[in-house]
Design a binder for this molecule. Sequence first.
Ligand code: NA7
Length: 548
Amino acid sequence: MASKTPDFTTEGATSDARFDAVIIGAGFAGLYQLHCLRDRLGLTARVLEAGDGVGGTWYWNRYPGARCDTESHAYTYTFSKDLIDDWAWTERYPGHAEIRRYLNHVADMFDLKRDIRFGARVAKAAYDDRTGLWRVETENGHHYTAKYLITAVGCLSSANIPNIPGLDSFAGDWYHTGQWPHEGVDFTGKRVGQIGTGSTGIQSAPVIAEQAAHLTVFQRTANYSVPARNGPLSDEFKAYVRKNFPEIRATMHSTANGHAFTISERSAHDATPAEREKIYEAAWNRGGLQFRGSFKDLTTDKSANDTAAEFLKSKIRQVVKDPETARKLSDIDHPYAAKRPPIDTNYFETFNRDNVALVDVRAHPIQKITPKGIVTDEGEVELDIIVFATGFDAMTGPLLGMNIQGREGALLKDSWREGPKTYLGLQVAGFPNMFTITGPGSPSVLTNMPVAIEQHVEWITDCIAHMEANGIARIEPKAQAAEKWVLDVNAAANETLLPQAKHSWYLGANVPGKPRVFMPYAGGMARYRKICADVAARGYEGFEMVRA
Ligand code: NA7
């Protein structure tokens, strides 16, 4: 059923529009949260969405080659059998347009759009101590009040555009990958400079190189990448997914990272060098994030990790023909998967093209941008277009950008001055009845996001159901519980190699001035799910609940 978006012109314009819940964002998280509150609990809810359509992160990320790195049969909601039976992905990894088609399909199937206000960017959300309600204001001056405020704003939705002197003077065009023009960019005949070699840059460079007259990739940190081996899905595979979805779902729920593959139970040290080579070669040929699962200790034991890292570096040297370019691309300063590990289609092969060059900006930092191009101490690279594949102010950026005020007017940005503090990534002390789906301190970006999102949405829904059934007006974490959780998040990270990547966005290190705090919970999705379930079973231990 395709629902019609209502006319919201007058809603909240002259007097506050009142709902049980305001949900911010209409991506995977916001859509499911709306369905749960409205259709399972019978509450009223309004979704406020800055974009003009559903999709969340995928509404904005339309850059060349934009594609999810989770395999499509696992990048999906699992809550509805009808939905699973009704949808079939076409490729091994879903492209951005197909993900938007999927989310539109979900929104239509569950008739969600009638409760989503598009083009409504939240400017402020403040808790009113007197009424116990949240008051939310949009940039276009509409007001909403609600008992519950639920942020579904994504973890990677606040663009990080580096402050390089002279950008304003650039005579050509420039774009950030996460704010890509919907009509696309024509690179034909253009000299393009791309800054950034994270997951995004590794996806976009090969596609841009095929169209542009010339592409210069500005690399600050060399990166590992494993071939994605994308391709169309066969009818047999689609039928297999439909038939076996309960088992696939069970795997997604039992693994640390929420993907539909398991991690080997074998240590890299228990294999001979020849066996390891064979296992890595098979994983390389199969492609994708599953490479990480080749051995159980790749993400926790540096010497085990070294064996995978060396294999991947040797692949770069085999693929890239120019030895100096191969050296720069394989001169990687962190353990494999200590930063988010990219997967690619022809990334390293792209550097064998005559129209592609690599500039090492770790050795030769960017000094400035001029009207003509980018200047390093090696000289000026003349450009018509600059592409910033420079990532995001991850996890905290989208939340801190909304001017959120808790009890007694306390600002979230003050509470988090030294880094985000949450309890379970779900709530913040001093911000009653505010729930943060996949917030900092939850597994989120270290997992397959829809799995993390479903778990959070279902936990929040159960919590709200409990509150409504028991006449509870207010829930918020006890300060000590939040303090302890921050320690637990740090301890979980320290059990892994993740903190060894000193420049990673997991640590906030990509944004100048951002506190260096490891933000996601690295203890694994299955362990985290159990912690949250136990907390609820013990009467919401660590939370304070106040009756009306
Ligand atoms: P990432 O992973 O943060 O990558 C950003 C890239 O941009 C990375 O190579 C950065 O180098 C580089 N960067 C950032 N600022 C600069 C400046 N000032 N100069 C030169 N280079 C710079 O973002 P992505 O969009 O690729 O991926 C984000 C996530 O989206 C990804 O993990 C998936 O989950 C999907 P650095 O490494 O910081 O030296």
